[in-house]
Design a binder for this molecule. Structure first.
Ligand code: C6P
Length: 414
């Protein structure tokens, strides 16, 4: 294996203004809620600020220089995203608001046009609500059946059950996460996708947690749809991506109607614009798209393989240190099979109390069901506390988390 150059994390941290702040006077900020949203480097902030200061105009409309420059910057961002996930064409990159909207778009266009009561969508027990509820809405509209692959006690998927469901159910679409936002489990797409293909099903991957943290190549993965959000990968909120194979996008009806998505409108009916604009009705999130382009530049310059290796080191260390804390249980597989996410409980304490007391120590973690209620039901848990890491987190921040957890325990045993 080629040697991967470690990240100079202290240097990278200088790019993130928020990480220079203290949580409160004298208490350093330890930001461990990256699965919810990431912090933004100045390169992203400057790209957005620069756009508003020098280039602001609507895109795809004006025949004047500012509008042409704005269009160019926005379309350049699309091309950067294409390269980032190695899509075959920029026409396969649809800008949406977030991963949630990307999945809903597929459900309400491809799903509504192709799935009925005789068909099934296969999901898993570890899905985020956006990859559950979107299909439930479709089921209410079309009668399509939803089946779910169970999660084993170790936080991996029951692959025997997956094979069985593909054999026994009329599965037309496998809609599956690439990385669980709770367990951190990286799903084995190298096995899942060929099995889906053999069963004649298409594959939609929820890449909300993978695109920010792992190298992604949609052609090598051989997936049909891939959804992700800009804000979890150093970009702004309000911009997300749907990748889909061109032939599928060509055949799919539009999602929303309005400006930009049409070629010709008559009162009697309309013709749709070329890809990807057919799916982008109305004025888009221009500054946000440009910000996402800058985020992609930043991640690519650092190197996704180096980011993955760094996060692997951090989560492996975090799992070792968390295992030292008496009464603490971490959910999910070992570091070899997961990304930088550790959801845990501490015996006798509610996760919300843990998060609140950690906050007093400057450590930001999320507590709750993390929009994965069925997964929490599966483990018989109302909630977990969750620490999630990114390229700018250090081993000494893991130590801060552990020290703060010991303080939490002290407070509650007094
Ligand atoms: N998970 C978390 O704290 P949006 O909200 O559309 O940007 O992303 C939705 C989404 C979809 N799939 C997975 C696997 C996710 O983790 C998320 C977002 C956040 O875990 C907010 S609930």
């Amino acid at each position: 294996m080629a040697l991967i150059q470690p990240l100079d994390v202290e240097r990278l941290r200088e790019d993130f203004p928020i990480l220079q702040q203290e949580a409160r006077p004298g208490v350093p900020l330890v930001y461990l809620d990256n699965a919810a949203t990431s912090q933004k480097p100045r390169q992203v902030l400057e790209a957005m600020d620069g756009y508003y200061r020098t280039t602001n105009a609507n895109v795809h409309r004006g025949i004047y220089r500012l509008s042409e420059d704005a269009t160019q910057a926005y379309e350049d961002a699309r091309k950067k995203v294409r390269a980032f996930i190695n899509a075959a064409s920029w026409r396969e990159i649809v800008f949406t608001r977030n991963a949630t909207e990307s999945i809903n778009l597929v459900a309400q266009t491809w799903g509504r046009a192709n799935l009925g009561a005789q068909d099934a969508v296969l999901i898993t027990e570890m899905e985020h609500h956006s990859n559950i509820v979107s299909w439930q809405l479709l089921a209410a509209q079309t009668g399509v059946k939803i089946v779910a692959v169970p999660v084993l006690d170790d936080g991996t998927l029951d692959m025997d059950a997956y094979a069985r469901l593909l054999r026994d159910e009329p599965v037309r679409l496998v809609a599956i996460t690439h990385m669980s936002n709770v367990l951190g489990t990286i799903t084995p797409l190298d096995r899942i996708v060929p099995m889906a293909r053999d069963a004649g099903a298409l594959v939609l991957v929820d890449g909300a947690q993978s695109a920010p943290h792992l190298p992604v190549d949609v052609q090598a993965l051989d997936v049909d749809f891939f959804a992700f959000s800009g804000h979890k990968m150093l970009g702004p909120t309000g911009i997300g991506v749907l990748y889909a194979r061109r032939a599928l996008l060509e055949a799919m009806p539009p999602f929303l109607g309005g400006g930009d998505m049409i070629r010709r409108v008559r009162l009697s009916g309309s013709e749709w614009n070329d890809l990807p604009y057919k799916f982008e009705a109305g004025t888009p999130a221009i500054a946000e798209g440009i910000g996402l382009g800058a985020a992609v530049d930043y991640l690519s310059a650092v190197g996704m393989d180096r980011i993955q290796a760094h996060e692997h080191q951090v989560i492996a260390y975090a799992l070792d240190r968390l295992a030292e804390v008496p009464g603490l249980t971490v959910y999910g597989p070992d570091a070899a099979q997961k990304g930088g996410v550790a959801a845990f409980t501490l015996r006798g304490l509610h996760p919300h109390d843990i998060a609140q007391l950690l906050d007093a120590e400057g450590v930001a973690v999320r507590a709750g069901h993390h929009c994965a209620m069925p997964l929490h039901d599966r483990f018989g848990l109302p909630a977990t506390a969750r620490a999630s890491f990114y390229l700018y987190n250090t081993l000494s921040e893991v130590d801060s988390l552990i020290e703060a957890l010991y303080k939490v325990k002290q407070v509650f045993t007094l």
